[in-house]
Unconditional design. Structure first.
Length: 112
């Protein structure tokens, strides 16, 4: 059996790609923004905040959780979600490194 395409990239490159893919939908961005706004673990309120059906919101929550951007704990019949700060900080470190490298470039090769 051959190597998968992701085997050709570093662990960090694969992790960042997973995070970016999870953030590549406006509903997921809206969910993260809502969780940041309320600054608490949220159970059922997310569906009422988005113009989407409950199953659709659940799918977006699952994608965010699978990527590690949010965490969920079962409380009774509901799952309460909050931001996974460690994962967001890892993404911040990566993007900060990208910005630092751009700021330290001596020549901008794309300026005409």
């Amino acid at each position: 059996m051959g190597a998968s395409k992701t085997d050709h990239f570093t662990d960090q490159q694969n992790r960042i790609a997973i995070l970016c893919k999870a953030l590549a939908h406006p509903a997921r961005v809206a969910i993260l923004e809502y969780l940041l706004k309320v600054n608490a673990c949220i159970c059922g309120d997310i569906v009422s905040e988005l113009p989407l059906a409950q199953p659709t919101v659940s799918q977006h929550l699952r994608e965010l959780k699978n990527a590690g951007l949010i965490q969920g704990e079962v409380e009774g019949n509901a799952i309460c979600y909050c931001i996974n700060e460690a994962t967001v900080r890892n993404l911040e470190e990566y993007l900060s490194d990208v910005l630092n490298r751009l700021n330290n470039k001596e020549v901008n090769c794309c300026e005409f």
